[in-house]
Design a protein around this ligand. Structure first.
Ligand SMILES: *[C@@H]1O[C@H](CO)[C@@H](O)[C@H](O)[C@H]1NC(C)=O
Length: 374
């Protein structure tokens, strides 16, 4: 809330409106004006935190994706302040993880050490014998995104202690979260997005508003309203405790099952525009901001698909014989071939290789046989 607003209609004059317009103009020249009144309540900041999360249990494959994501953001979206949340209950960080943390810092990222504030809730499920400790170590990283509202004030303090004024241009109401397996194609400009009530989230597999149904959202990219999520988190935890945290796709199922209106005081999720969580099997588009390796990945099946796409074309059975991939991946690849001949996947893969090389990863694509599908 800014002063002009707080004073109420009584004091609103032409002069304050003009001053406000000037302020908005100065604080965010890239901002696409909605309307003066819509923007009056929220000054648009030019910078925004962008969070990813890893733990002591994260695979090196995952780390490689995170490094590529960081380099792509640095090229295309410098208004983002990259933060890697790092935690985990497994004993200690591996030497490789420690190297990666150093790399991340050297490349302009912030690494924030953090364990889940609600880790004891998950531990209780283990203590009851419903799950094993290994389960906790596997899933805790996926729930880190829900702690972003808790982390933000600590992070802001840390940065201010480092240098006063460092956080002046950072949006303190909104934050971006992405999984590590994403890549930026264009600038992520928070000023171009409506502020969500709780979170803005995109569709899982199918495009279009009709497909954006209760159980069909993908939590890989989230635009988080920190106050909104803070308000709803206690009910989300209660809901999860009651279910012994038995979710098929961890945080994503929690979000899909909880919203909307498990607690009628709270509002529904908002729709994240598709370019912010774009899938390779949606085909080429000039408006892509963030691509997400949902389905075939650089180290899972994609190298094989791409290698044979000239040869096999639309003959999906030929791919199946040679590539030995999960049926779900084959189906997505079939869609990609039908849409643009796998053209976007080819472009994403070329970018992935370029960034991985720049990150000093000799192993850029790996083999599709080595990792289990997810
Ligand atoms: C997180 O938990 C692990 C294991 O319990 C511990 O070793 C580590 O220091 C904790 N990290 C933070 C930031 O509290």
């Amino acid at each position: 809330m800014i002063e002009a607003d707080r004073a109420g209609g009584r004091h609103r004059s032409l002069i304050s409106v003009a001053a406000l317009a000037l302020l908005l103009l100065l604080s965010c020249t890239n901002c696409q004006a909605r309307s003066l009144s819509a923007q009056a309540a929220e000054v648009c900041h030019s910078k925004m935190f962008w969070f990813m999360a890893t733990t002591t249990s994260s695979s090196l494959e995952y780390w490689r994706y995170a490094k590529v994501a960081l380099l792509s953001a640095r090229e295309h979206s410098q208004n983002l302040v990259p933060v890697l949340i790092f935690g985990g209950t497994q004993d200690a960080a591996s030497p490789e993880a420690r190297q990666n943390i150093i790399w991340f810092r050297e490349h302009g990222g912030i690494v924030y050490h953090h364990n889940l504030t609600f880790g004891s809730n998950l531990q209780r499920v283990v203590d009851k014998g419903v799950r094993e400790q290994k389960w906790l170590q596997d899933v805790e990283g996926t729930y880190m995104r829900l702690d972003i509202p808790h982390i933000m004030p600590h992070l802001l303090n840390q940065l201010e202690e480092r240098k006063q004024g460092l956080t002046a241009h950072i949006n303190q109401d909104l934050a971006l979260y992405t999984d590590a397996d994403v890549m930026f194609f264009h600038e992520m400009n928070p000023c171009k997005l409506e502020t969500p009530e709780v979170m803005a989230i995109g569709p899982e597999m199918e495009r279009g508003t009709a497909a954006w149904t209760d159980m069909n959202k993908n939590s890989g990219v989230l635009l988080i309203n920190l106050k909104g999520l803070t308000a709803v988190l206690p009910s989300m935890l209660e809901f999860s405790n009651a279910k012994d945290w038995d979710f098929q796709v961890t945080d994503q199922s929690l979000i899909n099952e909880f919203f909307p209106h498990q607690d009628s005081q709270h509002r529904d999720l908002d729709q994240l525009p598709e370019p912010y969580n774009w899938k390779g099997y949606w085909g080429c588009s000039p408006s892509i901001v963030i691509t997400h390796w949902h389905g075939p990945k650089p180290e899972r099946c994609l190298p094989c698909y791409l290698e044979h796409r000239g040869e096999y074309g639309a003959d999906i059975d030929a791919f199946k014989k040679v590539c030995d991939c999960p049926e779900s991946y084959n189906e997505l690849w079939r869609r990609a071939m039908a849409l643009d001949g796998g053209g976007l996947y080819a472009k994403m893969m070329a970018n992935q290789k370029m960034y991985a090389l720049a990150a000093g990863e000799s192993r850029v694509t790996g083999s599709w046989h080595e990792s289990p599908a997810s």
